[in-house]
Design a binder for this molecule. Structure first.
Ligand SMILES: [Zn+2]
Length: 708
C-alpha cells in the first residue's frame, strides 16, 4: 500500500482544540513549521514538533496559499506559464510542509490532539480545495496559458505540468456553470460527511466485537503464541484468566486457521462478515445508498454516465470496459480453480467423518490442512530464517546489485519515536546523496494497522536546485520476543520488499515539479514499482544472501526453498476469486447510471450471483465494510481493480529480468530511467513501453496465478 494524504480518525473525543497557544507548548518557542529546518538533510525537526503546532501551521498554511493565489490572480501582466502555472505549482509551500508531516504522523504515531486537529481541519481542507478549483479568475488565467502560443512551444515536464494542471481544474469543476458549481460544492460536502460516517461506523463496530473464551478446551488447535496474545488482550481489558479474540488480523486469521471449534470459527467469521449490516446505529446500508446516489449525481454534473467513467478518464485503464475486460477474463479462469480447492477440502472433511459441507468459515482451517498434506509446509519452519534485520539488509543488497545504491544508517537525526524508528542515508555508488529513508517496523497503539510508504518531503527540482526526498516506510511486523529477534512470516517478508519498492519510487524520483514526482502517478500504475520488488524476495539467489537461521547463521536449506516454490500456486483460486469479487462489486457500484435508491444487500447478492460467485467464498470486502471505496471520496472507488491491473505489469516487468538475469544491470537501469525516476511526467503506458519495448502481456500473471 502507498499512502500520501490519507487519514483515519480513530478516536472521537470531546476535547476542544486550543491551538498552538496551548499550555503544553514550550514557552517562547516558534512554531517549527514557520522556520527553515536546519536538521541533517533538512528532515522534519521531530524533536521540536508537538501536536499543538499543527493547527496553527495548517491555518497559516491555508492563509498563505490564499495570498499566493490572490497574487497570481491580481497580476497585471498577461498570464504566462511562469507567472501562473509554475506560480500555482509553487504556492502553498507551508501547507504542503505541514501536510507532509501531519498526515503521516496521524497514521504512524497519533494522539488525541492530532485526531482533534484532523476533525476540524479535514472539512476546511476540502473547502480550501474547492475554493482553488472553482476560482473563476484563476481558471481564466490557467485557460489563457493553455490556449496560448506559448503552450505549443512548451516541452517535456513543462508541457506535462500545464496539461495536468488544466485537467485538474476540469476534473475539479472549473468548466461547470455557476449553478452546477454550487451543486458540486454541496455534493462534495455531503460526500465528505457520508464517507466520514462510513469509516466511523466501521471502526466502532469492528472494535465492538469480542470473543471471550473462559475454558482451555475452546482453545484447542491454536498455536501457543496466539493463545498468549489472547490472554494478554483479555488481561488488558480486566478479564484475567480468560482469552480475548478480536476482528484484528493477527487475532482473527490465526483463529480461523487453527481453531478446531467449528461453531466458534463461524462466530468469528460472521462477526467479521456482517459488520455494519446489523440494523443498529452503526449500520452502513443507508449511508452507502446515499453515497452512491451523490456520486452518480456528481458524474452527471460533469456529463458522464456514471462515477466510474468520471474517475477513469485519467487512469491507465481509461474506461470501465477495459477494467471489466481484464476482471472478467481472469474471473472465468479463477472460478474453476476455486471450485477444485473446495473439492480437495471437502475430501478431508469427509475422510474425517464430518457430516457437513464446507462453508465460508471453514476455508482457512481446511485449506491449511490441504497445505500441510500436499506440501508438508508449515510457516513456523520458515520463520527462523527470516530475521527482520537480515531481510531488510537483503532488500538493501538487492538495490545495490540492481542500481548500485548504498544505505548508511544515520544515528544522530531527529525521529518521531526513539525506540522504533531508524534512519538511513541513501546514496549512489559514487557516494552522491539521493535521499533519506525512515523505517518503522513494529505495531504500537498509536499506529494504524497495515503497511505503507509515505513521503515527508517529495523530490522536486523546480528552480535548478534539487530538493532531495525524505521517505518513510511504516509496517506492523512481528516483534522480537524474549531472546529471539523479530522473525518474519513469508507474508511479512513480501510486504517489506513491497513497501521498499514504493520507497525506491519516491527516492529515485528525478523530476522537476513536485506534483508530478515520485509516486504521484495514476492509481492503477502506482503498485508496479512495489509489486515488482516482491518477485525477488523468494528467489533462491536472493534468499541466499539474506535468509539465514537466527541461531546458527545457516543459509535456508534447498529443501525448504523447494517447498516454498512448489506451494506457489496453493490457494490461488480462493485468493484470486475473493479479490476479483470485491473488484467487480466496486465496478458495479461505480457504473450505476441512474440516481435511484438501492437496496444494498439485494444489490450485492444479485451482482454476486450473476457472476457466479460460489457460496463457499464471500468478496474480500462486502459492501458494508468496503472501506477502500466508501471511506473517503473518491478513495479507491472504481479503483480496487488497480492491484490486479498492476500485477499484469509487475509480472510482465519481472519477466524481463527472468529473460536475462535477476540482477541484469541493463534491464535494471532501464527500469530506473523509464519508470522509477519519472514519476507522473509522462503517460504510464508510454513509460512502460519505453522500459519493456512493447505493451505489457498478461501471460506471466496467468502463469503465476495458475490461470493459464
Ligand atoms: Zn502498495
Amino acid at each position: 500500500m502507498k499512502i500520501t494524504k490519507v487519514f483515519t480518525l480513530l478516536a472521537m473525543t470531546g476535547l476542544v482544540f486550543t491551538g498552538c497557544n496551548n499550555a503544553d507548548k514550550k514557552a517562547n518557542v516558534e512554531n517549527p513549521f514557520f522556520v527553515k529546518w536546519d536538521t541533517p538533510f533538512q528532515v522534519p525537526p521531530f524533536d521540536k514538533i508537538t501536536s499543538d503546532c499543527y493547527m496553527e501551521a495548517f491555518e497559516k498554511g491555508i492563509q498563505e496559499q490564499n495570498e499566493n493565489i490572490a497574487a497570481i490572480v491580481n497580476n497585471n501582466e498577461a498570464a504566462t506559464f511562469e507567472n501562473t502555472i509554475v506560480a500555482l505549482e509553487l504556492s502553498g509551500e507551508l501547507l504542503n510542509k505541514v501536510q507532509g508531516v501531519f498526515f503521516n504522523m496521524i497514521e504512524s504515531d497519533r494522539d488525541d490532539k492530532m485526531n482533534e486537529v484532523a476533525e476540524v481541519i479535514l472539512p476546511k481542507l476540502s473547502n480550501h480545495g474547492d475554493n482553488i478549483m472553482l476560482n473563476e479568475a484563476l481558471f481564466a488565467r490557467v485557460k489563457a496559458v493553455y490556449e496560448s502560443d506559448e503552450a505549443a512551444k512548451l516541452q517535456g515536464e513543462d508541457a506535462r505540468l500545464l496539461k495536468e494542471t488544466f485537467k485538474s481544474f476540469e476534473f475539479g469543476g472549473a468548466n461547470l456553470s455557476p449553478e452546477s458549481k454550487e451543486k458540486l460544492r454541496a455534493i462534495n460536502t455531503k460526500l465528505s460527511e457520508l464517507t466520514f460516517k462510513f469509516g466511523k461506523n466501521l471502526s466502532q463496530e469492528t472494535n465492538a466485537f469480542q470473543l471471550i473464551i473462559d475454558n482451555q478446551a475452546d482453545l484447542d488447535g491454536l498455536p501457543e503464541g496466539v493463545i498468549a496474545g489472547a490472554a494478554q488482550e483479555a488481561k488488558a481489558k480486566g478479564l484475567d484468566g480468560k482469552w480475548l479474540f478480536t476482528l484484528a488480523e493477527p487475532s482473527r486469521v490465526p483463529f480461523l486457521t487453527y481453531s478446531t471449534k467449528r461453531e466458534l470459527r463461524e462466530k468469528v467469521f460472521k462477526g467479521y462478515a456482517n459488520r455494519c449490516n446489523n440494523d443498529n446505529e452503526f449500520d452502513n446500508k443507508e449511508v452507502i445508498n446515499e453515497i452512491v446516489k451523490a456520486r452518480v449525481e456528481k458524474a452527471h454534473l460533469f456529463g458522464f454516465k456514471n462515477y466510474s467513467e468520471y474517475l477513469l478518464q485519467d487512469r491507465m485503464a481509461k474506461n470501465p470496459e477495459n477494467v471489466f475486460g481484464l476482471l472478467n477474463k481472469l474471473w472465468a479462469s479463477a472460478i474453476p480453480n476455486a471450485k477444485k480447492e473446495v473439492v480437495e477440502m471437502q475430501k478431508i472433511v469427509d475422510a474425517e467423518g464430518g457430516k457437513f459441507k464446507i462453508e465460508a468459515w471453514d476455508w482457512w482451517f481446511y485449506s491449511e490442512k490441504v497445505k500441510q498434506a500436499k506440501y508438508s509446509l508449515d510457516e513456523e519452519m520458515l520463520r527462523p530464517y527470516f530475521v527482520l534485520d537480515n531481510v531488510r539488509d537483503g532488500a538493501f543488497e538487492l538495490a545495490h546489485r540492481l542500481w548500485g545504491l548504498h544505505f548508511n544508517e544515520i544515528k544522530d537525526i531527529p525521529v518521531y519515536n526513539k525506540e522504533e524508528v531508524r534512519v538511513w542515508e541513501v546514496t549512489e555508488e559514487d557516494g552522491k546523496h539521493i535521499g533519506v529513508l525512515y523505517m518503522d517496523f513494529h505495531p504500537r497503539e498509536s499506529k494504524s494497522v497495515g503497511a505503507w510508504m509515505t513521503a515527508f518531503t517529495e523530490q522536486s527540482n523546480p528552480k535548478g536546485e534539487n530538493i532531495p526526498p525524505v521517505i518513510s516506510v511504516v509496517c506492523n511486523f512481528s516483534k522480537p520476543s524474549g531472546d529471539k529477534p523479530a522473525l518474519l512470516s513469508v507474508d511479512e517478508v513480501q510486504t517489506l520488499f513491497h513497501e521498499f519498492g514504493h520507497a525506491l519510487h519516491g527516492l529515485l524520483s528525478n523530476c522537476k515539479y513536485r506534483s508530478l514526482s515520485g509516486t504521484s502517478v495514476a492509481t492503477d500504475f502506482v503498485e508496479l514499482p512495489s509489486q515488482v520488488m516482491e518477485n525477488w524476495a523468494l528467489e533462491p539467489e536472493v534468499l541466499n544472501f539474506y535468509a539465514k537461521h537466527y541461531q546458527t547463521g545457516e543459509v535456508i536449506p534447498q529443501e525448504l526453498v523447494t517447498k516454498i516454490q512448489n506451494s506457489g500456486l496453493f490457494n490461488q483460486g480462493f485468493m484470486t476469486v475473493e479479490y476479483l469479487a470485491a473488484s467487480l462489486l466496486d465496478m458495479y457500484y461505480s457504473t450505476i447510471n441512474e440516481v435511484k435508491d438501492i437496496d444494498v444487500l439485494k444489490f450485492e447478492n444479485d451482482e454476486m450471483s450473476k457472476i457466479g460467485l460460489i457460496g463457499e467464498i464471500i468478496p474480500r470486502y462486502r459492501s458494508t465494510y468496503f472501506k477502500h471505496i466508501f471511506d473517503g471520496d473518491p478513495g479507491y472507488s472504481s479503483g480496487y481493480y488497480s492491484y490486479i491491473w498492476a500485477a499484469v505489469l509487475d509480472a510482465d516487468a519481472f519477466q524481463a529480468f527472468k529473460e536475462t538475469s535477476l540482477f541484469d544491470k541493463e534491464t535494471a537501469t532501464s527500469f530506473r530511467e523509464n519508470v522509477l525516476s519519472k514519476g507522473g511526467t509522462e503517460e504510464a503506458m508510454e513509460l512502460y513501453k519505453k522500459f519493456r519495448g512493447r505493451e505489457p502481456q498478461i501471460e506471466p500473471l496467468l502463469i503465476r496465478r495458475g490461470l493459464n
